[in-house]
Write a protein that binds this ligand. Structure first.
Ligand code: XBP
Ligand code: MG
Length: 264
């Protein structure tokens, strides 16, 4: 029986990487007078490293103009990350990042049906607050999502299961009563390592990655076509939900709990 949804943030609630975090990183580089820029393609490759500060440190390893000493690199990464998150929050406040289609409807439907919901993300708490405040309002967000586990709350980020283990503990739910909603192979690995069934909504940067062991994989919560396993009544117009993925669909996949893998 499905009792809780555990939501990833970047790539899942919103396509926040290419036009949000990446742009904000580049603004942070410029604000410190560094001639560094991350293109869309470069950033896609860097996303395999979870955590913005960790991503910066990994990138510095290949730069001749990065500080030579480890503690200087660490200090620079911290300052860049702080500035990046300020820029990111400003972008979100200015309306640059929309929720992905179908997210709001499913969050509200799950809340109305009495399911518990949590945020389970690698990103920093301030970024989550900015996004949820913009789209739901902060007070309503605190009611909708009973637990928020963010980058600062874990010792080890995804694909380590800690973020999911903490979310389960905070909601006081067993793993098998929950469904994680994720977009990246690292996020799926984190959920699975915590034994949480996971559904994948493909995002721009992980559109073609091999995903192993989800209960369902599809193009997004806004449409019923293109999902594996396929849904009965793909068009979905008859149920009056505009063809989106509903809580009923999630319950069905969760109850079936047959693990699928999918390439691109
Ligand atoms: C995505 C991440 C984060 C963001 C940037 O997390 O890996 O690092 O790219 O945010 P998720 P920070 O998909 O789990 O939401 O700079 O705050 O890390
Ligand atoms: Mg994600």
């Amino acid at each position: 029986m499905l009792r809780a949804l555990l939501w990833d943030v970047d790539g899942t609630l919103a396509e926040s990487e290419r036009d949000g975090h990446r742009v904000a990183f580049n603004a942070a580089f410029a604000s410190l007078g560094l001639g560094w820029q991350w293109s869309e393609a470069q950033y896609g490759a860097l996303l395999r490293i979870t955590g913005g500060r960790e991503r910066l440190l990994a990138d510095m390893q290949g730069r001749v103009d990065a500080p030579a000493l480890a503690d200087e690199r660490e200090a620079l990464a911290r300052e860049l990350h702080r500035r990046k998150n300020e820029h990111y929050a400003a972008l979100v406040r200015d309306g640059a990042i929309e929720l992905r289609e179908g997210v709001r409807e499913l969050v509200e439907e799950a809340a109305a049906a009495g399911l518990a919901q949590a945020i389970a993300t690698t990103t920093s708490r301030g970024n989550v607050e900015a996004l949820l405040a913009r789209h739901f309002g902060l007070q309503i967000s605190r009611r909708l999502f009973g637990a928020w586990v963010c980058g600062e709350d874990v010792a080890t980020k995804k694909p380590h299961p800690e973020v999911y283990q903490r979310a389960l503990a905070a909601l006081n739910q067993p793993a098998l009563a929950c469904l994680a909603i994720e977009d990246s192979p690292g996020g799926v690995a984190a959920a699975r390592a915590a034994e949480v069934p996971v559904l994948v909504t493909r995002s721009a940067y992980f559109a073609d990655d091999i995903v192993e062991g989800a209960v369902a994989i599809g193009p997004g919560l806004h449409q019923r076509r293109g999902w594996v396993p396929a849904l009965a009544g793909e068009a979905g117009m008859a149920c009056g939900t505009g063809g989106r993925i509903t809580l009923g669909d999630l319950r069905e996949w969760h109850a079936r709990m047959e693990h699928v893998s999918h390439v691109g």
